[in-house]
Design a protein around this ligand. Structure first.
Ligand SMILES: Nc1ncnc2c1ncn2[C@@H]1O[C@H](COP(=O)(O)OP(=O)(O)O)[C@@H](O)[C@H]1O
Ligand SMILES: [Mg+2]
Length: 241
């Protein structure tokens, strides 16, 4: 499904990512952990085409997408949330979701044809109240901005969803709500997830495999239990990083 091979990226002299290889099968879910500055967001930026890799390849459904720009990758079903939410500031929650739905042309045309209220459904699924639909992003708390970030991504009808610190700033109840939504969506749509999170407790029930990145390198790959019990991983987290 989503495959990255030997992805490398340097910023000046800083090797942010070095020959990272990963594979996420259809309907599988991979957790990505590692200390701040490890290269997790850079990996997402390379997968989505936000920045260009120095070397390496990305493919989706067996097709190379190295030359596809971001919006084409979105159309092919690859979408992501941002660690720092990026809504359109001037328009409401409802409009933000609607604009994202336009990325999914077919669904958008059907919505227009049937006057469907798709954006309302998506908004409710992530836990927005009806009143919040008409609010501006500036009126939302951090937790709600994260929900909007997720809603906008779901509106593109992704096959592969990259979630960057999607739980940061959420309450326990909100984390549970979003987790259930992700688990449910995976069952109904077979969605593939790559999930960056520092919250290991939240990550555990969501992922089949975990990849640990440290200093731009994958230092461990395995099941959640294998990874968290690994001394090298514990050292990367608990040591000076
Ligand atoms: N656009 C950029 N320009 C220069 N350095 C960057 C850029 N993006 C990331 N970095 C650096 O690359 C390293 C990895 O960053 P990042 O991928 O954001 O880490 P993480 O998401 O794991 O915290 C950090 O040292 C960061 O400062
Ligand atoms: Mg990051």
């Amino acid at each position: 499904m989503l495959e990255a091979k030997d992805l490398s990226k340097s910023f000046g002299g800083l090797k942010a990512l070095q020959q990272v290889t990963l594979r996420a099968e259809f309907g599988h879910s991979v957790g990505i952990i590692g200390p701040n500055g490890a290269g997790k967001t850079t990996l997402f930026n390379l997968l989505t085409g936000e920045i260009k890799a120095d070397s390496g390849h990305v493919s989706l459904d067996g097709m190379s997408i190295d030359t596809e720009p971001i919006h084409e990758r979105v159309k092919l079903g690859l979408a992501r949330t941002y660690q720092v939410p990026r809504p359109f500031a001037e328009i409401s929650v409802r409009e933000n979701i609607r604009v994202s739905m336009m990325e999914d042309n077919l669904k958008y045309m059907l919505r227009v044809a049937w006057d469907d209220t798709g954006e309302q459904e998506i908004a409710e699924s992530v836990g927005f109240t009806a009143q919040q639909l008409d609010q501006l992003p500036s009126e939302l708390a951090m937790g709600d901005l994260r929900k909007l970030e997720l809603a906008r991504t779901l509106a593109t009808n992704p096959k592969v969803l990259l979630l960057d610190e999607v739980f940061a700033g959420l309450t326990y109840g909100e984390i549970e709500h979003i987790s259930n939504l992700l688990i449910e969506r995976r069952k109904t749509h077979g969605t593939t997830y790559l999930i960056v999170s520092h919250d290991l407790k939240a990550l555990q029930p969501l992922v089949d495999d975990v990849l640990v990145i440290h200093g731009g390198n994958v230092i461990k790959k395995g099941t959640f239990d294998e990874v968290v019990s690994d001394p090298q991983v514990q050292n990367a987290y608990l040591g000076t990083g």
